[in-house]
Design a protein around this ligand. Structure first.
Ligand code: C2E
Ligand code: MG
Ligand code: MG
Length: 724
């Protein structure tokens, strides 16, 4: 065969000479030129001086047969080198092989050999000639590159984040398994094949993809780009992408590459936190913050469209009673029931919010007319008033609603809410279970309240409080047998202010605690002073406020006051209104028992205005029942009132209680009470509340019935001028 190496023929004359010449020329090259026979040892005929730096051996050692080139060829590569050379010769081609040699110093180097066969006269190959150069450094960097690529591939394959390369117009070029898993695909290939139209198939909101492309065009990157995407099975997840655009030499975008993380959990957590921050935990309704936002939006809407926005402030009338008497669980249940009912009355565009406690606020947007608002509010009052069942018992609550309307009653959220609140208070004042629209006059009320609150704060330090005393007269004997201490405020501007004008405010603001303590002390000090001055010992009644009674330390306070003033406990009577006692029966009972143990007397005030439960009354350790003056007022003319008062007197006597009738103003009333066995009376007919000095004089005397008159301070003084 023509291409078979002819190893027997000798080299043509002159060829070695030429090679030597070439060797000199190429002495300066890195690498060596060679010419060798095609025999087993690749016997060298010629080697350039590059042999020394390349192999560590002089060229002569090869050309004189001292060392075969084959021997320094790495044993693992010898066969491959030979096969490659023979194959090239067979195909009449040049060859180029990379393999290792072992240098004289034992170091292994990579070389590249490029050569060709040299034909003899007979046409067959007789020799090889070529060039061998050290490529160790290139090989090393190739290997490093290879290694780096392997590492990057492993990163890509095993990354927890999704990694992708995608084209601007078509689908994905590459995705890693994590991304395929994240999007619900069995493999990257499946994902690339299926997800061709990223805009439509992936993003829930198609415009997100347009945003992505816009940002890529403008900034060449997207950072923390969050979107909701569809998984293969249709489930929705949230992702965050960080990606950049890869461009060609002309700045045209070739593709995008980036990472994707699944942030669904974080998003859900954030949503939960956001919901918690803006919603009430019990009812799930928007809270005050969100209400504020919604109202603000509604106001803007109103301004744009000239429509009506109404704010309805709703307060449950009996919530506190239900909460206190049936417990917080019942209270919570009631709030949920009311929530559902309120929602049922409004449209989806309206807001039902819980302002706190038993207060709800509705924002009714885009109302056609004020009548439409009224209709909605009427419906609300009616549905709230429907009974609801708790533990098998039908309970009834009602609500009072105050309404303010934008723009007439305010153009900002704060004003509208404040005005609706004032209107709600008015609705309460006017008898509850109804609604009131805000009027400018109410604002005056609110301002006045604020002023009052400010001056109330200084009432104690300015020593503006004083007590008036109203006699309680024994009907049988006509004697003054007791007195009720009634608080007055000597206001620097308004003069003498009655308790009804400031006690509710003191209650609301908590100032009643300090004020109540002052009253208790002042009344006891006064009683002791009277006794020291030789007046007879009569019990003085002090009114306790609901707040005072709600705290157990009232017992300690009373004990302390008795002890520090030295008043005999029997000379102190505490008046507690019936409604207050019934708010928390167990607590009231516990406190009353302790107070009773101190030896003070207890009287139930305003009996008949609350729940009038004689059943409970039996359990309370009380001494006296005071029939509210509203019953006494028409006692002589109204048969119902007369019947009630008679029944109360006889029941109280069965329970061994003394009965006091309040607000006796007429002789008819006195006679009726006398005839029906009422024990004591209190009222203008016998004497109104008077200052301590006046009362002190009065209680020394037995007041003759014939001289009793509508009492005021002047008439009391007149009485006192009559000799005993
Ligand atoms: P109350 O305990 O029922 O006191 C009786 C109220 O009826 C007193 O009003 C008294 O002036 C008034 N009154 C007495 N006789 C007649 C009458 O013949 N006709 C009419 N129409 N009224 C009569 P006042 O002094 O304005 O007190 C009102 C309420 O304020 C008291 O009702 C009591 O609940 C509360 N109050 C008064 N002083 C204190 C106090 O020191 N602490 C607390 N917590 N509440 C107090
Ligand atoms: Mg009273
Ligand atoms: Mg009373």
């Amino acid at each position: 065969m023509a291409t078979t190496p002819d190893t027997t023929s000798s080299l043509p004359a002159g060829m070695a000479g030429e090679a030597r010449l070439l060797g000199k020329l190429l002495a300066s090259f890195d690498g060596m030129l060679y010419c060798c026979r095609i025999d087993e040892n690749r016997t060298m005929e010629f080697l350039s001086t590059g042999s020394e730096p390349l192999t560590g051996h002089s060229p002569e050692i090869f050309t004189t047969g001292g060392l075969a080139y084959e021997e320094i060829t790495h044993p693992e590569d010898r066969m491959r080198v030979r096969d490659c050379i023979y194959a090239a010769l067979e195909n009449n081609e040049r060859f180029s092989i990379e393999y290792r040699i072992v240098r004289r110093d034992g170091a292994v180097r990579w070389v590249q050999e490029m050569g060709t066969g040299v034909r003899g006269g007979s046409g067959g190959y007789i020799a090889l000639e070529g060039f061998i150069q050290d490529i160790t450094r290139r090989k090393q960097s190739e290997q490093a590159l290879h290694e780096a690529e392997r590492r990057f591939r492993s990163l890509f394959e095993n990354a927890v984040e999704g990694i992708f390369q995608s084209t601007p117009n078509m689908g994905y070029l590459a995705v890693n398994p994590a991304l395929a898993r994240m999007y619900g695909y069995a493999s990257p290939e499946q994902m690339i094949d299926t997800l061709r139209d990223i805009d439509q198939q992936l993003y829930v909101d198609g415009s997100r993809r347009l945003d992505f492309l816009d940002q890529m065009n403008c900034h060449g990157q997207v950072i923390n780009f969050e979107s909701q995407v569809r998984q293969r099975n249709g489930n929705l997840i949230w992702i965050s992408e960080n990606a950049r655009a890869v461009r060609d030499g002309h700045g045209r975008i070739l593709f995008f590459e980036g990472t994707v993380v699944d942030i669904t959990e974080r998003r859900m957590y954030e949503a939960r936190i956001r919901h918690q921050a803006t919603h009430d935990a019990l009812t799930g309704l928007p809270n005050r913050n969100l209400l504020y936002d919604r109202l603000q939006q509604a106001i803007h809407g109103s301004q744009r469209t000239h429509g009506i926005t109404a704010v309805a402030f709703i307060d449950l009338d009996q919530f506190k009673f239900i909460n206190d008497s049936l417990g917080h669980l019942a209270g919570d249940e009631l709030l949920k029931v009311v929530t559902a009912r309120l929602k049922s009355c409004v449209r989806a565009t309206d807001t039902v919010a819980r302002q706190g406690g038993d207060e709800f606020v509705l924002v009714l947007t885009q109302q056609k007319s004020i009548e439409a608002v009224t209709d909605t509010v009427r419906r609300i009052i009616a549905v709230v008033a429907e009974p609801w069942t708790h533990n098998g018992i039908d309970l009834h609550v009602t609500c009072s609603v105050g309404i303010s309307v934008c723009p007439n009653d305010g153009q900002d959220a704060e004003t509208l809410l404040r005005n609706a609140d004032s209107a709600m208070y008015k609705a309460k004042e006017l008898g509850r279970n109804n609604f009131e629209y805000f009027t400018a006059a109410m604002n005056l009320d609110a301002t006045a309240r604020l002023e009052m609150l400010n001056s109330l704060r200084q009432v104690l330090s300015n020593e503006e409080l004083l007590l008036h005393y109203q006699p309680k007269v024994d009907l049988a004997s006509g004697r003054v047998v007791g007195a009720e201490a009634l608080l007055r405020w000597r206001h620097p501007v308004r003069g003498l202010v009655p308790p009804s004008s400031f006690i509710p405010l003191a209650e609301e603001s908590g100032m009643i605690m300090a004020i109540g303590e002052w009253v208790l002390r002042a009344a006891c000090v006064q009683n002791v002073a009277w006794q020291r001055a030789g007046r007879p010992c009569i019990p003085i009644s002090v009114n306790l406020s609901p707040r005072q009674l709600a705290r157990h330390d009232i017992v300690d306070l009373v004990a302390d006051v008795l002890q520090s003033t030295g008043l005999a406990p029997g000379c102190l009577e505490l008046e507690i209104t019936e409604t207050v006692l019934m708010r928390d029966v167990d607590n009231s009972l516990a406190i009353l028992r302790k107070l009773k143990e101190l030896g003070v007397r207890i009287s139930i005030d305003d009996f008949g205005t609350g729940y009038s439960s004689l059943n409970y009354l039996k359990r309370f350790p009380v001494d006296t029942l005071k029939i509210d003056r509203s019953f006494v007022h028409d006692i002589a003319t109204d048969q119902d009132d007369a019947a009630i008062v008679k029944a109360v007197i006889s029941l109280a006597h069965i329970l061994n209680l003394r009965v006091v009738a309040e607000g006796v103003e007429e002789e008819d009333q006195r006679r009726f009470l006398m005839e029906n066995g009422c024990d004591e009376v209190q009222g203008f007919y016998f004497g109104g509340p008077v200052e301590a000095e006046v009362f002190g004089e009065m209680c020394l005397r037995h007041i003759p019935e014939s001289l009793l008159d509508r009492a005021d301070q002047a008439s009391a003084k007149r009485l006192l001028s009559i000799p005993f």
